[in-house]
Design a protein around this ligand. Structure first.
Ligand code: ZN
Ligand code: ZN
Ligand code: ZN
Length: 316
C-alpha cells in the first residue's frame, strides 16, 4: 500500500508498525490531506495525530504575582516578539489556590526558544520552564490515545462495554451490576481508566500543578460505573474535567447527587494513598483476618502497620 501511495498517488509518506496499528508519517500537510482522502475512499479506519511541529510550545513562567492580568502578559510577550496563543493562570492542584505561575502557549517562530532566556517581565524577575503535561488525550470515539474524536475515523468503541457503538448510545449504561469492559485491553474497567495496563506511560517527571482550567484529569479516569453512565448520557465532548461532568448539561441530575468537587478531589487523593498502603501488603488475607479479630481501631491500625513493615505477626 505504501508503494502505491508514494508511486501511484504521489503522496509522500513512510510507515512504522505501532502495536496493532501502522503509523504513517506524511511529509507535508498537503500529503496528510491527500492521504486522509485516500483512506476515506478506501473506507479504511484511521486517526490523525496532530503534527508536533504545529503544536504550540507550552512553558511555565514563574515569579509573577497571581493577580497579574493574563492579557497583560500576552501583550508584553507579543511586544518582545513571541507569538502568544494562550496565557493561563495556574493554581495549586488540591486547594485551587492561585500560584505565582502562568502557563503560556507559544506558537513557533524564530524567537520561540528564547523564551527560556527570559529573565524579567514588567521589571519582575521570572524564570521560565518547560511545561510538562500529564494529561494524555484520549479519543472518546475509539478510546485510543494521543488524538481527539474530531480527527478520528476509526469505528466507534464504547467506553463502558467496548461494544461497536458510540458511548452515549450504550445499551448497557443503565443496567445495574453491569460489568465494564475495556476497549483497549479487554479488562473489566472502563476504557478511560488510568490504571489500564495499556494506558500510555507517562514520563517520570511529575508536577502536581495543573493550569487553572484543567482540573483533576487525574481523577476523571478513575473507575466509577455510576459516574461513567452519567458521562455517556450527557456527553457530546470527551470528559475533560469533573466540572464538565457535573455542570455541563447534566439535566437529569438532582443537586443532591452532585458531589462537591473539592471533596471529590480530596477523596480521590485519599484513595490513592490507601492504595499505596495496600500495594505494600504481602498477605492481605491474613491481615484481614487479624483486623477482623478486634473492634479496636488502634489495634486494627497496629496490625496494618505490622503487615507493612513485613513483621511476621503480633499475637492475637
Ligand atoms: Zn479515535
Ligand atoms: Zn456500550
Ligand atoms: Zn484496559
Amino acid at each position: 500500500m505504501l508503494k502505491r501511495l508514494n508511486d501511484t498517488h504521489n503522496i509522500k509518506c513512510r510507515a512504522k508498525e505501532s502495536g496493532e496499528h501502522v503509523r504513517i508519517y506524511a511529509d507535508s500537510p498537503k500529503d496528510v490531506r491527500e492521504l486522509t482522502k485516500y483512506l476515506d475512499n478506501e473506507k479504511k479506519e484511521y486517526y490523525v495525530i496532530p503534527d508536533r511541529a504545529e503544536r504550540p510550545i507550552k512553558v511555565v513562567i514563574k515569579g509573577l504575582p497571581p493577580t497579574t492580568d493574563p492579557e497583560r502578559i500576552k501583550n508584553e510577550l507579543t511586544s518582545l516578539g513571541f507569538r502568544v496563543d494562550k496565557v493561563n493562570p495556574m493554581r495549586k492542584f488540591k486547594t485551587r489556590q492561585p500560584l505565582h505561575m502562568f502557563q503560556v502557549h507559544l506558537l513557533k517562530n524564530e524567537k520561540v526558544d528564547e523564551i527560556y532566556k527570559l529573565e524579567h517581565l514588567f521589571y519582575i524577575i521570572v524564570t521560565v520552564e518547560k511545561y510538562v503535561n500529564k494529561n494524555i488525550p484520549q479519543c472518546f470515539k475509539c478510546q485510543g490515545w494521543h488524538h481527539g474524536a474530531s480527527l478520528c475515523k476509526m469505528n466507534p468503541k464504547c467506553v463502558i462495554c467496548a461494544g461497536p457503538h458510540e458511548s452515549r448510545d450504550c445499551p448497557n449504561k443503565n443496567k445495574e451490576n453491569f460489568a465494564t469492559k475495556c476497549a483497549n485491553c479487554g479488562g473489566n474497567h472502563t476504557a478511560s481508566y488510568r490504571g489500564c495496563p495499556r494506558f500510555p506511560k507517562i514520563k517520570p517527571k511529575t508536577n502536581p500543578i495543573l493550569p487553572g482550567k484543567s482540573f483533576a484529569s487525574v481523577v476523571n479516569h478513575k473507575q466509577n460505573p455510576t459516574i461513567t453512565s452519567q458521562i455517556t448520557q450527557s456527553m457530546t465532548e470527551p470528559p475533560k474535567t469533573w466540572n464538565s461532568l457535573f455542570t455541563g448539561n447534566a439535566h437529569n441530575q438532582t443537586p443532591a447527587a452532585t458531589p462537591n468537587i473539592s471533596d471529590f478531589s480530596d477523596l480521590m487523593s485519599l484513595i490513592g494513598e490507601v492504595r499505596k498502603i495496600f500495594d505494600g501488603i504481602k498477605d492481605v488475607k491474613a491481615l484481614t483476618a487479624k483486623m477482623q479479630s478486634t473492634e479496636n481501631i488502634v489495634d486494627k491500625l497496629m496490625f496494618l502497620s505490622e503487615a507493612l513493615r513485613g513483621n511476621p505477626a503480633v499475637t492475637v
